[in-house]
Each structure stands twice: as structure tokens, then as C-alpha cells.
Write a protein that binds this ligand. Sequence first.
Ligand code: UDP
Ligand code: MG
Length: 310
Amino acid sequence: MSVQPRVSVVVPAFNEANSLPTLCRRIDQILTQELGETYELILVDDGSIDNTWDSIQRLTEQFPVHGLRLSRNFGKESALCAGIEMAQGEVVVSMDGDLQHPPELLALMIEKWRETGCDLVEAVKTRAQNEGTVSRLRAKIFYKVFSVLCGFDLSGMTDYKLLTRSAREAWLNMPERTLFFRGMTNWIGFHRETVQFQVPDIEDRHSRWSFTGLLRYALRNITAFTAVPLYLFAFLGLFFLFPAAILALDTLRRWFQGVAVEGFTTVIILVLLVGGLNFIGLSVLGLYLGRVYEEVKQRPRYIIRARTDR
Ligand code: UDP
Ligand code: MG
């Protein structure tokens, strides 16, 4: 085994065979030639269906690359986790493999860490021109809902982060199966600093997120992170209890007075409203039950199929 590197860069890769060579070259340029750092590059093939794994194996010959191949596509967060668990560096940097996280920013992040002695450096997106209005709006709504429910404002946050040992340990110590890297690294606290960057326009790169995919992702992250939606229904119930009590008293009064025929409109509206709310409440419960089910199964977060030799 080689000497312990100072910087570990972890890159989850799903069908990134084309971009990985450029990524490695640019990372090496910055870390070795410009900063003179020792580093390791952990590339995690997250069940790709192109030749990402071949590409990773070839790259080990040129660069200090360690490759992990997961047994199937586990999702970005699990792939990141696999890489971060393996990292040996004094600091770990998580970075996307599609060149949307410019490697040149590494210099700034490392400098920030050195200058301030912080535990976490986060790369924050400034408004990207190349991002469509719809996707910006979607992200905005998600972050707004998330911040109202969870109390963390994650807008502009990315998974491009530098973690020192303490932050890395704290994150790895969280045992849940459903990972939300951005949210969890925020939750742990510590001294955090930010650097700004603009997401470069990558040709031939349209977002892989469909609307339903995004909705699932948002629901998964929110339910994995906060139980507030469950409590909201308790408040809603209380909120409706008061007018319902008044209405009940009024109905009884009419009955006693013998004028109880009117009022179908009220009944229909109430039935629809309460029925609808009941269904929503039940499905929220279902979502959480599903989360609990996933957690109690205690399955591993990922399974490693192969690794390149250290
Ligand atoms: N990724 C992954 N597993 C997946 C999906 C994505 O490892 O199931 C990786 C992908 O290769 C890239 C990073 O996660 O390095 C970000 O993915 P993508 O660019 O699709 O997401 P976006 O930029 O739209 O957030
Ligand atoms: Mg991307």
C-alpha cells in the first residue's frame, strides 16, 4: 500500500466512461502539478451499463486511481458512501463525474480549508444561465418545501464538498439506509465554509431527471429527513375540529327545531374535504411506514462486486 494521501477525491459514476479520462487529467493537473498535493482518486462505478468499469481500470495505470464496482445501480448517494468509506486522505472531496463540478475549484476549496481550519467546505452554485426555467423552478420549490419542513436551507447546495476527518466520521456514523448526502452533511453542523461556482454548460448533457423521478426523489428525501408532515395532519385535524364542533351544534339545534332538511351543500363539501384529507393523511403515513420498513430491514447500503488493486 502506498503512503497515505492528503486528499481523497471520491467520484460516483453512472455511465461516465466518456468523461472520466478528462476528469482524471484535470484533477491530476490541479492537485499534483499546481498544488503539489498527494492524492488518491476513488472512482465508484454505480452499476453502469456502458464501459465505465473498463475506463476506470485503464485509468489506474496513469493516475492514483482506486476503482470500486458496485453490484448494480444503487444510486448516487450509496456510491458516494462506498467511496467515502474507503477514503484514506486527511480530507475527502466528493465530486460529480460529469464535469459539472469543475475540478479547478479544488484549489479554492483546499485553500479555504487551510486558511480557516474549517471542517467542511461546500461548493455553492451561483445561478446558472444554462439551467432551464422549469428545472430552476422545480429545484426552488423542493428547497422551499424542504426548508419549511426540515429547517435547513439547502438552496444552491451541491454534493461537491470537502470533508475533514471529523466531518467524515460524523457523516459515516449516521446509520440510516436512505441517504441524502446534502441534507445529512448539513445536519451534522461543524464549522462550515462555502465557495461559489457556476455550473459549466456541458454539451450533450440534459438532466436525467424525469418529473416523476424528481417527485420520488423529493418525497424520499423529505420523509427520510423529517417527520413534520406527520404532525401537520394532527394540526390540520385540530384546525378542522373547531368549525366541525360549531357545525355539529348548529345541526343539532336545527334538528330540535324541526328544520333539519337543508344543508346538503355543506354536507357534500365536508364529506369531500374530510375524505380527501383522510386519504392524504393515510398516504403520508404510508410513506413513513415504507421508510421505516426500508430501515428495519438493515440491508447494506451497497454491495461491492469488484475493486481494482490497491
Ligand atoms: N450517478 C450515480 N448513480 C446514479 C446516478 C448518478 O453514481 O444512479 C452519478 C453520476 O455519474 C454523476 C453524479 O452522480 O457523477 C451526478 O449525476 P447527474 O449528473 O445525473 O445528476 P445531476 O447533475 O442532474 O444532479
Ligand atoms: Mg450532472
